[in-house]
Design a protein. Structure first.
Length: 142
């Protein structure tokens, strides 16, 4: 019988996980068939499979984001801060995550948020500079 995914997955075990949420992407592990697919699992239950890792990662990322959003309301300030930092890695402007870091985060957490802000400002400046150069080069006569 032919595999639904073909031979898309390279040989060897692939596993990426967020243990606290019970989420993982797996291929060629003892939890999933060795059929050339990547599998998205939650608590060892298959939620989705595809030969395209990117398609599985997109779903995994959405579930991780949902988990971190829920964790912002955790009883523990440390858990809230950890969730906020994970959210800020994806979106440095998230207002709720920034609020959690300002109020519940450690000094180290606040420094990490400031460093994320500096990096975002640098990326914005360089993008603006590139755009301005491109606009000027279009205006120059050839």
């Amino acid at each position: 019988m032919k595999s639904p995914c073909g031979e898309a997955v390279p040989p060897g075990v692939y596993r990426r996980c967020l243990p606290a949420a019970g989420l993982s992407i797996e291929a060629n592990t003892n939890h999933v068939p060795a059929d050339g697919c990547y599998y998205l699992l939650q608590e060892d239950h298959i939620l989705y499979s595809s030969s395209e890792l990117r398609a599985v990662e997109e779903r995994y990322d959405r579930l991780c984001a949902q988990f971190w959003q829920e964790q912002l309301r955790h009883d523990s300030p440390e858990e809230r801060s950890q969730a906020a930092l994970a959210i800020l890695q994806r979106d440095p402007t998230d207002p709720e995550a920034r609020h959690v870091i300002r109020h519940d985060g450690s000094d180290a957490d606040r420094r990490r948020m400031q460093e994320m802000d500096r990096r975002a400002a640098f990326r914005n400046r360089t993008t603006s500079q590139r755009s301005a150069r491109a606009a000027r080069s279009k205006q120059e006569p050839t």
